[in-house]
Ligand binder design. Structure first.
Ligand code: ZN
Length: 186
């Protein structure tokens, strides 16, 4: 075998099957699949049947208007917290490790979450303020959810007639999705 090509993955990406490989560093086994927990390059160890992710981070400087990628780690009535894992640099996404937040304003419990996103969603967002953490927005034509799972069964939802559909539960859910949901154009 020749040297392996580098495969860059994002959190939540399926990188293999638990029957073939054991989850190594930065990899979890979910429903028989090996799922990347951090952005980085896939590292296969064929003698130990181990798959891990090299998530070595680079120090990056952020600017207003930067397009970032991350996963929602907390979503309540007050704010949405995003673990920012990548930032668009030209045609590439540079791996990074920063915390972002989206102000949801109001915070009146009866209003419910004003933005239709869920914990665990993978999103594309824009930086609107650079402080200790990054203030982000997903209001914008190209911004929003890129990957989400059914809140009932955790299946990845697919786009059917411009609605998010769980093929397992045969039901739809609502999110503020990016136009390339399920067909990522980076
Ligand atoms: Zn479902």
């Amino acid at each position: 075998m020749s040297a392996e090509e580098e495969i860059y993955v994002l959190p939540g990406d399926s990188i293999g099957f638990a029957e073939e490989y054991v989850p190594g560093k930065n990899v979890a086994e979910i429903g028989g699949k090996l799922i990347a927990l951090v952005p980085g390059n896939v590292v296969k160890n064929d003698s130990r049947f181990l798959m891990s992710i090299d998530g070595t981070k680079k120090k990056l400087k952020f600017f207003n208007g930067d397009i970032v990628y991350g996963q929602i780690t907390k979503n309540d009535q007050r704010q949405i917290i995003i673990s920012v894992a990548g930032v668009q640099k030209g045609h590439e996404i540079a791996s990074c490790n920063a915390e972002g937040y989206i102000r949801t304003g109001g915070g009146r419990r009866e209003d419910g979450p004003p933005l239709s996103v869920r914990t665990g969603d993978l999103i594309r967002a824009k930086v609107i303020r650079v402080g200790q953490n990054l203030e982000l927005t997903i209001h914008g034509a190209n911004l929003g959810v890129l990957k989400t799972r059914c809140t009932r069964c955790r299946n990845v939802m697919v786009l059917v007639n411009s609605e998010l559909y769980c093929e397992n539960c045969q039901r739809t859910e609502n999110r503020k999705i990016a136009p390339d949901y399920g067909n990522l154009k980076i």
